[in-house]
Design a protein around this ligand. Structure first.
Ligand code: FPP
Length: 241
């Protein structure tokens, strides 16, 4: 049963870099894909925790433009996991009133995966609860480059005047154009870097780097981090009055 989203002073949009699946599997003497499968199981729990925490938008980093450098076995295993995940979760997410979107460049993805992504977006497009955005073959620099290419095409076609390109117009060309900027970015597994994730959008985000490996990240820890966010003093470059 879908829950209403509780409004509060927590983050409205949380973005998550789900890191540490490989190490989690290694600690158990299992192949890396075992860790990715365990990681996929955590997503639903987080989505279900969002309404009570006041999180209306959840964006997760599933596959980066750099992840193609992994072994062919791991890449193929991840693609197969994405296909299976989408096929299995679409109806359940719709029941929970979750709207799913994908960001990233689809050109390198296989046609079966693309049609499953399209179907998931269509089946959930009337849902107005939590907005789950999955970044798949996503890179922040790649996104800005693709946006700039489309913007330049509009300028060349006379649809956009160069003088009107500013901080409001450029984001309209980004994959995230319908989403608000993230308020909080969480990265698991103890690495303190942003790895090309939502570069433009996270200019004023708060960051939380936690040691937990992604498959061990719980709704409880998610709740603690979102509550800690509510206590932060966000000034956006201004001085408090
Ligand atoms: C990073 O851990 C994780 C990934 C590159 C893949 C993220 C994918 C999932 C959580 C599962 C599936 C997602 C969906 C949407 C179904 P790592 O492999 O870099 O871990 P390591 O740093 O310990 O090696």
């Amino acid at each position: 049963m879908a829950k209403p989203i509780r409004e509060g002073n927590g983050p409205r949009h949380v973005a998550v870099i789900m890191d540490g699946n490989g190490r989690w599997a290694r600690q158990r003497g299992r192949p890396r894909l075992f860790g990715h499968h365990a990681g996929a199981k955590r997503i639903r729990e987080l989505v279900e925790a969002c309404p009570d925490l006041g999180v209306r938008y959840l964006t997760i980093f599933a596959f980066s433009t750099e992840n193609w450098k992994r072994t062919q076995t791991e890449v193929a295993g991840l693609m197969s996991l994405f296909r299976r995940y989408i096929a299995k979760e679409t109806r359940a997410l719709r029941e929970e009133n979750v709207r799913v979107r994908f960001i990233g460049d689809r050109v390198r993805l296989d046609s079966k995966l693309i049609s499953l992504m399209d179907e998931m977006e269509t089946i959930t497009e009337h849902c107005d609860g939590v907005n789950l955005t999955v970044a798949l073959n996503y890179g922040g620099r790649d996104e800005v480059a693709r946006a700039t290419r489309r913007l330049a095409q509009d300028v060349a076609a006379g649809k956009l005047c160069p003088d009107s390109v500013n901080e409001e117009t450029l984001p309209k060309y980004l994959d995230t154009y319908v989403l608000p900027d993230p308020d909080l970015v969480i990265r698991t597994s103890g690495e303190a870097r942003i790895s090309n994730f939502l570069l433009w959008q996270s200019a004023y985000a708060e960051y939380e780097f936690v040691d937990t490996l992604w498959p061990d990240f719980s709704a409880e820890e998610f709740g603690r981090l979102t509550k800690a966010f509510g206590l932060r003093d966000r000034r956006y470059g201004a001085v408090r009055a």
